[in-house]
Design a protein around this ligand. Structure first.
Ligand code: SF4
Ligand code: SF4
Length: 95
């Protein structure tokens, strides 16, 4: 397989910066390591996690390990639409 082949997202992860406390558990737990800590401080003064923008598999592990209810939402992309990564390809797997 071509090492430069583009990997399409199978999921979309979002962080509500006002709920995140910057513990970093999601970063540690994410298998493809596509979550990073931003330099931005939220209104509590915490740095917040953010999606790097590419490579999410939609596994939901970040949601499961996050101690803050509502901080993380994971949407799984429908297989047919995954290549297109269009908004209409999202199916609700709200975490
Ligand atoms: S859903 Fe899985 S792959 Fe996507 S950001 Fe969360 S832990 Fe990482
Ligand atoms: S696990 Fe939750 S609270 Fe901790 S950094 Fe990730 S989003 Fe923020």
């Amino acid at each position: 397989m071509d090492a430069t082949a583009v990997k399409h997202d199978r999921g979309k992860m979002c962080v509500d910066e006002n709920e995140c406390k910057g513990c970093g558990l999601c970063m540690e737990a994410c298998p493809p390591k596509v979550i990073a800590m931003s330099d931005h401080l939220n209104h509590y003064g915490y740095k917040t996690a953010e999606y790097c923008g590419e490579g999410c598999t939609g596994c939901g592990i970040c949601f499961m390990v996050c101690p803050e209810p509502g901080a993380i939402t994971v949407m799984r992309l429908k297989a047919k639409a995954a290549a297109a990564v269009s908004g209409s390809g999202l199916e609700g797997a709200n975490a």
